[in-house]
Design a protein around this ligand. Structure first.
Ligand SMILES: NC(=O)c1ccc[n+]([C@@H]2O[C@H](COP(=O)([O-])OP(=O)(O)OC[C@H]3O[C@@H](n4cnc5c(N)ncnc54)[C@H](O)[C@@H]3O)[C@@H](O)[C@H]2O)c1
Length: 373
């Protein structure tokens, strides 16, 4: 496998300053991605838990623990990386934009479409909004997209996306947010799958759905609050039908009310063959294809995407000449698909999608290693 060197990173006089707000479970993956790079530097961190922020800052050369208000207005911070819980995403983003910063955030971009529209409208001139998922820029989904774009399965007709689990309270020490508005299996896991479907099949114009809730209480299984019961305020089994602009139809299932599944994460069916894409919650994985009439599935060689990427590659992508693929416009479109699907389920009808997004430029096969100083 030949890859382009990590050479089109922007040439910078100083590293791009990142200030992280929210230092919970997922923050470690971002810190690992940025460690040792010379194009980005984590210059400040903030969390409601001040001791946690101080402990994280101590481990990063040149990094300070600040309050959120200090961090968003700090002159060394170019981009605020928002890793708080969904209910706080909009509030932090709006503070950062008021201070003229770029914002890159975890998904979803806001807990509701109304808040997300406020966030998008607040992006100052010269700044940008981006956000997770950036896993879709890895070799798994990018290789699948390259195969579809090359016509290997013919004209795509349909796709199936499936994510089923028993719920995150089995492993997350503070799983409350997964069961509040802004959470649920669709808003939590949907972004990976739906962003992939938009990458593969283009934007969505109409959705319908059905959803249910198996129980009103969940019990935390691990950590200091193990045994504690938490209320369930959202539907925990969500299914939907998505009509893409090009005519292909996706059927999707996201559930905290199952256990295991043997279903492939994503299958795309075309007029000439079918394709299986790997787990879009990861950056890599094997793409498989089966032309109509073939006896077996065949591996598709890895041919596109960031190789060796980790969470945060989407932020670094913004610093490149052709970058900005994990855009706020994509995050807003995907959030509208999800919130409209839930509205459609509640109202038992189809809902038209009002936002759209161009498919971002494909990612050529590019090594994403740490950049040596
Ligand atoms: N945990 C995962 O595996 C995972 C994976 C992918 C994405 N995410 C996403 O990352 C985000 C965070 O998830 P997590 O699992 O790290 O959550 P978490 O509860 O472990 O951490 C959230 C952190 O944000 C802090 N915080 C909350 N509100 C704040 C505010 N107003 N100001 C400052 N700090 C605040 C909390 O104190 C906490 O330290 C969520 O949007 C989630 O969907 C999580």
């Amino acid at each position: 496998m030949t890859t382009a060197a990590d050479s089109d990173a922007r040439t910078v006089e100083r590293a791009h300053g990142v200030g992280i707000v929210g230092l919970g479970v997922i923050s470690g993956q971002y810190l690992t991605t940025f460690r040792g790079r010379d194009d980005v530097a984590v210059v400040a961190v903030a969390d409601l838990d001040v001791a946690r922020a101080q402990a994280v800052a101590r481990d990063i050369p040149g990094c300070r623990a600040l309050s959120v208000a200090e961090l968003v207005s700090d002159p060394q911070v170019d981009t605020v990386l928002n890793l708080t819980i969904p209910a706080a995403h909009a509030e932090i983003a709006l503070q950062a934009f008021a201070a003229g910063k770029n914002v890159y955030g975890e998904k979803p971009p806001a807990a509701t479409m109304t808040e997300a529209r406020q966030v998008v409208a607040a992006v100052p001139v010269g700044a940008w909004l981006g956000g997770a998922p950036d896993t879709v820029l890895g070799t798994g989904i990018q290789t699948a997209r390259a195969a579809v774009d090359a016509g290997l399965i013919g004209r795509p007709v349909s796709a199936i996306a499936t994510w089923i689990s028993g719920g995150h309270e089995s492993w997350h020490p503070h799983p409350d947010f997964y069961y509040r508005p802004g959470g649920g299996p669709l808003l939590d896991m949907g972004p990976y799958y739906l962003t992939s479907l938009v990458q593969l099949l283009g934007p969505v114009v109409r959705v319908s759905g059905a959803s249910s809730r198996s129980r009103d209480i969940r019990r935390i299984a691990t950590g200091p609050r193990a045994g504690e019961e938490i209320p369930v305020e959202v539907d925990t089994h969500v299914t939907g039908t998505l009509v893409h602009e090009g005519g292909a139809i996706s059927t999707v299932t996201f559930s905290f009310d199952g256990g295991e599944t043997g279903a492939p994460p994503i299958e795309v069916h075309g007029e000439a063959g079918s394709l299986q894409a790997p787990d879009p919650n990861h950056f890599d994985g094997q793409v498989r294809m089966r032309r109509h009439g073939a006896q077996e599935w065949a591996d598709v060689p890895t041919g596109a995407g960031y190789v060796g990427a980790g969470r945060g590659v989407g932020l670094v992508d913004f610093l490149r000449r052709d970058g900005g693929r994990a855009s706020g416009a994509m995050a807003l479109h995907v959030l509208e698909i999800m919130s409209s699907l839930l509205d459609a389920a509640a109202a038992r009808r189809w809902v038209d999608i009002t936002t759209t997004v161009e498919r971002p430029a494909p990612v050529p096969l590019t090594r994403f290693g740490a950049v040596s100083r």
